[in-house]
Ligand binder design. Structure first.
Ligand SMILES: Nc1ncnc2c1ncn2[C@@H]1O[C@H](COP(=O)(O)OP(=O)(O)O)[C@@H](O)[C@H]1O
Ligand SMILES: [Mg+2]
Length: 396
């Protein structure tokens, strides 16, 4: 059974959708029109969600900006409910819609079969999201927010972002652990000027059951709120760390820390996938080169194929100000995700990594420092335990 609501004053359009869906609508279709939709989008979301809505169509006859405000409120508060915006013309609208987390867009005069397929797709998406959400809530053991950074290519800025993100998060009241899962060439210890006594290889070799107390032996403190599980000293030791060891470590750390930030090596290795599986959030980072952007899209497609769509996905553009041929909007469109944050190019980044102090510590007010802090704020402002889905990505 599905529960579809059209937020519009147009009874005629309600009839159109009803006709288009015909006998295939296994559930209810209702029209809803209320002032609060315009004045208080959050309240509108609450009201509709309380009524068990599964898919929302907004429009026609709704001001586009207001429609996007409402869509954004759904994306923030109830991301499991897909939003379809119905507009006079979609010209120039896609980018804005995508940023607002809109699931799909229909023109008012779209033919019946298009209306039907768009609504059916949204209903399917809603069902999938709901079942994922239930799995997630039912999942035992992982309670902290687990954020894994991914880039198909080396040199993308994963380590720069991971160290600054973790340091930024640790400026709050919560405990943060940064895991260096670049098992061959991890350089988090260097970037934060740490001399680890133990690494993730020692942890992997530790026998028997580890309690959260014994786990701490393997962590290297950077500041009162930031501990680091460093990468092995040599690539050979990196071989000792397998998926099971990663899974065990991440589960334990997530019980103890509010935030587990995981830096990885380039591409999708087995150990990276093991970490991703336990993550609440995935951060995809790349620069504006066409190759990096295309490769990121391929990674997302691969994850879709693996069915790994439970985790919130965030797309961060690094060196976003450098002119290397492709525009920010284009990158977002190719990857199929809105840009969650942009990091400018700044020599303070390599300098800070050489000196072993995160930019958010040495220059928090610089443009690049602020951009790292803004990325950290993505995880403190939105609640955990919520999946974020890519929208507007073509369904298989
Ligand atoms: N926004 C930036 N501006 C300037 N240099 C950067 C920026 N981001 C990363 N770098 C530099 O690029 C190099 C690669 O970054 P790194 O974080 O090590 O990438 P990855 O971990 O993805 O391989 C490092 O020398 C780093 O200091
Ligand atoms: Mg790195």
């Amino acid at each position: 059974m599905s529960n579809v609501v059209l937020a519009t004053s147009s009874a005629a359009y309600e009839q159109r959708v009803r006709r288009a869906l015909g006998g295939d609508l296994n559930g209810t279709l209702r029209r809803w029109h209320d002032e609060i939709m315009l004045t208080d989008p959050s309240l509108a979301v609450k009201e509709l969600a309380a009524a068990g809505v599964e898919v929302v169509g907004i429009g026609p006859n709704v001001d586009l900006q207001l429609a996007l405000n409402l869509a954004r409120a759904f994306d923030a508060d109830r991301p499991e409910i897909p939003v379809i915006v119905i507009t006079e013309s979609t010209k120039g609208f896609w980018q804005r819609a995508m940023r607002a987390g809109v699931h799909d867009v229909l023109t008012v005069d779209a033919p019946n079969d298009e209306i039907k397929s768009v609504f059916q797709r949204a209903i399917e998406t809603s069902k999938r999201r709901r079942s994922n959400l239930l799995d997630e809530i039912g999942e035992q053991g992982v309670s902290g927010r687990v954020i894994t950074l991914i880039a198909p290519k080396g040199g993308s800025g994963k380590t720069a972002l991971a160290t600054n993100l973790a340091s930024g998060l640790a400026n709050g009241d919560e405990k943060v652990v940064l895991v260096d899962l670049d098992l061959q060439f991890g350089d988090v210890a260097g970037a934060l000027n740490l001399k680890p006594e133990n690494t993730i290889a020692d942890l992997a070799g530790a026998p028997g059951h580890l309690s959260t107390t014994t786990l701490k032996v393997f962590l290297t403190p950077k500041s009162p709120n930031l501990l680091v599980l460093c990468a092995p000293d040599t690539p050979a030791e990196g071989e000792l760390v397998d998926e099971q060891a990663v899974e065990r470590a991440v589960r334990l750390l997530a019980e103890e820390f509010a935030f587990v930030v995981i830096d990885t090596s380039a591409g999708l290795t087995e150990t990276t996938l093991a970490a991703m599986e336990l993550s609440t959030d995935l951060v995809f980072i790349c620069d504006l080169s066409a190759a990096a952007v295309r490769a990121t899209r391929k990674v997302l497609d691969a994850l879709d194929q693996l069915g790994m769509d439970r985790q919130r996905r965030h797309f961060v553009l690094n060196r976003a100000d450098s002119k290397v041929g492709i525009e920010v909007d284009e990158a977002s469109a190719v990857v199929g995700l809105p840009i969650a944050a942009t990091i400018p190019s700044d020599r303070a980044v390599p300098l800070s990594m050489n000196q072993g102090v995160a930019v958010v510590e040495s220059a928090p007010r610089s443009a690049v420092g602020k951009s790292f802090l803004a990325t950290a704020a993505l995880f403190t402002e939105a609640p955990a335990k919520r999946s974020r889905w890519s929208t507007l990505r073509s369904s298989p």
